[in-house]
Design a protein around this ligand. Sequence first.
Ligand code: SF4
Length: 144
Amino acid sequence: MFRIGKQNDDFVITDKQAMVKLLDTLLEMKKKNKQVLMTSKLLRTLRSYYNEDKRIWRCQALKNFLVVDHLGRIAGCHTHNFAGSVFDLPKKWESKEFNELRNAYQKCTRCGYLCYIFYSVQGGAFGHISLAMDQWKNARLLFK
Ligand code: SF4
């Protein structure tokens, strides 16, 4: 099992309605303030998750993101078993084994980590286009 840390109950978001309120506030702020760097798509996805217990995204582990440990072992995310080493990536990336893992991860509901949700909803061609459309006004921050 990959571990980058253990869950600390002190940091688990338990007040879901407070989270919904925060997300609504951020969505409202985005209308006037371009420096909110979270995309509207991500904020709406999180809102559904906290308000309706609905996962409107499909996890894209091992497709849009993966994790690598200090020994070069890789996994779709830190909660699943490793699937090989970085040296296997060229031959395994398009393999049946990896595609089956991706299908399993798309159905997985074991976590709601913000970074994994972001990479899932804003990865891929459409995700990148919607990210660019959402954040183009902040492009100059990249050059600072
Ligand atoms: S939902 Fe979370 S735990 Fe499940 S595969 Fe995706 S990142 Fe991993």
